[in-house]
Ligand binder design. Sequence first.
Ligand SMILES: Nc1ncnc2c1ncn2[C@@H]1O[C@H](COP(=O)(O)OP(=O)(O)OP(=O)(O)O)[C@@H](O)[C@H]1O
Ligand SMILES: [Mg+2]
Length: 364
Amino acid sequence: MHPLLERQINRCLGGADGLPVGWKDFFAAVGDAYAQGDADRRMVERSLDEMSHELTERNRDLRRELEARRVTETALLAEKAEQTALIRKLEEAHNQLLQSEKLASIGQLAAGVAHEINNPIGFVNSNLGTLAEYVDSLLTVLTAYETECSHCVSQEIHQRIDAVRAAVEIDYLRKDIGLLLVESREGLARVKRIVQDLKDFSRVDAGEWEWADLHRGLDSTLNVVNNEIKYKADLVKEYGRLPQVECLASQLNQVFMNLVVNAAHAIAERGTITIRTGTLDEDRVWIEIADTGSGIAPENLKRIFDPFFTTKPVGQGTGLGLSLSYGIVRKHGGHLEVKSEPGVGTAFKVILPVRAARDLASAQ
Ligand SMILES: Nc1ncnc2c1ncn2[C@@H]1O[C@H](COP(=O)(O)OP(=O)(O)OP(=O)(O)O)[C@@H](O)[C@H]1O
Ligand SMILES: [Mg+2]
């Protein structure tokens, strides 16, 4: 029994000795019941303590597990980002490879055709020269006949000869034949130049580093793409003085071609494409291709070097030109920079080391 209760009962009944018979046993039984109750309570308390402890432990474990999961998730996300970047790089490399293979085979084809055309051009050119001399001789003989024989034939023969002369329009023919020959030789000279440009442009030495005159490369490229630009733009050349540059000449020609064709495409009606060159210092040269075209929207500026980024309609642009050019310029240890203002125009600047950074090139 609770000691407080026991004390009160004892006091009311005048001490433990005054208790009626049987009450002592009753008190003892109540005391036992209380003791049992206390023991049960303590046991329940202990169990509750243990449960609470277990719950705290479990909670801590869960928290630890959650933290571990969060760390794993962050690591997985980082890994995923790395893999995406890697896949992108692989895609880029693959595309560049495809594109350069395509260009190399186009180059080979062009060089082959140029080579085949070269021979017939040679003999047609030489024959035209001889033909011009023969025509000259024939006309001299004709003039001699005309002056010497004008009185030595009968009137009737004269009339017949005059009829033939009138029929063939001899006076016109005399004037025109020389012009025809001159024009033909000019045409042939142009074909010769185109063939030479094609050969220069597509030299099948894509892997050969050489010291090259970049102005020559620019000029042959401009002749090759002349058709793309002549209806769109006036071409202004502001060439500075450039030293020879150690480079993969035909690959740089591809860069110039991509930039010039892009410039022409950016011009809607008619504009100007200006090509400037110069040196930054003793070791670096630059080539700038500027246009007065549409310009590039600021949100696109960061993406133009991405493979397959194009704003051109389906079928018109693959979006590989600039990514390929960027790769080629980097292979030379150079940079490709762009400045653009929408509605005003765009300028691409290729900066190249005079002596190629070949270590960089072979590392790529
Ligand atoms: N000079 C320029 N003026 C305006 N926009 C340009 C110019 N050069 C490039 N761009 C923009 O950059 C995009 C990507 O150019 P890129 O040369 O890589 O591909 P493309 O010209 O679209 O296709 P292609 O593979 O046939 O060259 C173009 O679609 C165009 O939006
Ligand atoms: Mg392009």
